[in-house]
Write a protein that binds this ligand. Sequence first.
Ligand SMILES: Nc1nc2c(ncn2[C@@H]2O[C@H](COP(=O)(O)OP(=O)(O)OP(=O)(O)O)[C@@H](O)[C@H]2O)c(=O)[nH]1
Length: 314
Amino acid sequence: MSRTPTDAPEGAVHRSGFACFVGRPNAGKSTLTNALVGQKVAITSDRPQTTRHTIRGIVNRPDAQLILVDTPGLHRPRTLLGERLNDLVRDTLSEVDVIAFCLPADQKVGPGDRYIANQLAELNRGRRGTPVIAVVTKADLVTHEQLALHLLSVDQLGEWADIVPVSAKGGYQVGTLADVLVKHLPEGGELYPDGELTDEPEAVMVAELVREAALEGVRDELPHSLAVVVDEILPREGSNGSNPLLDVRVNIFVERDSQKAIIIGRGGSRLRHIGTESRRGIEALLGNRVYLDLHVKVAKDWQRDPKQMRRLGF
Ligand SMILES: Nc1nc2c(ncn2[C@@H]2O[C@H](COP(=O)(O)OP(=O)(O)OP(=O)(O)O)[C@@H](O)[C@H]2O)c(=O)[nH]1
């Protein structure tokens, strides 16, 4: 993974900033995020939404750093909680540099899309507008003719800074979309520069990779009892080459001894498997070789103890 703009041409502009993806459920936001970032970072766990700006991935290029943040989902409010959630979404949207509105090519523009389009228009009314890119996703599922018709109806749906058809699965135009998003970022250096390996977003992503691997196959047994906390990420002393070995120390917390036994497995076999699986993702994420040190600990009934929950990052 390229992390510094050192290979950018002399005097070239470097841009950095935030983008977020909106769109109705199943529009293809997560798949597209993964295709852009080129790593598996999407969070499929049921971790409660506690941070407003969950970072889904960082696209590092010689000319730009694009940080993709998540929103809890823009939907029609049915309850007061829904309204609060939508306020939160609007706050996030007004803080990012560019918004990508995903509309699946294989489905007609519908009321859900119109609702989001209206919300976006309202957000931009009477203020410095946040550019919105209409992204027509899943282009591989339709014919050229259908795609052309769909692009026309998307065009009529609102004011877009650009319209880009993509297929995350077929790899069609994913690079073009990255170019278009980057174009709307302000000039500036990397916001998450090299060397800040313990910076929260990366630690959160490392924790999610471990959590996902740990839950594999035991999701039903331990759905909510697992918390993963990254203790430290440190370059190994004496390995200061261009690609130092990183020591990554991670604690896996469960609520009961019986759950600890499940995670560790017979003779430690499950824990070894979790280590191998998650290390692969962590190395891809950090761009370094990694020595992963996993510890399983029991934090009795942590879900009922606010102090423990805070300690575990909830
Ligand atoms: N054929 C095809 N299928 C896709 C593409 N992108 C996503 N999908 C599929 O569409 C479904 C939804 O994709 P997600 O990326 O989970 O959609 P999402 O918008 O993140 O969904 P929510 O998390 O519910 O908001 C999945 O079954 C994907 O495999 C694509 O480019 N082509």
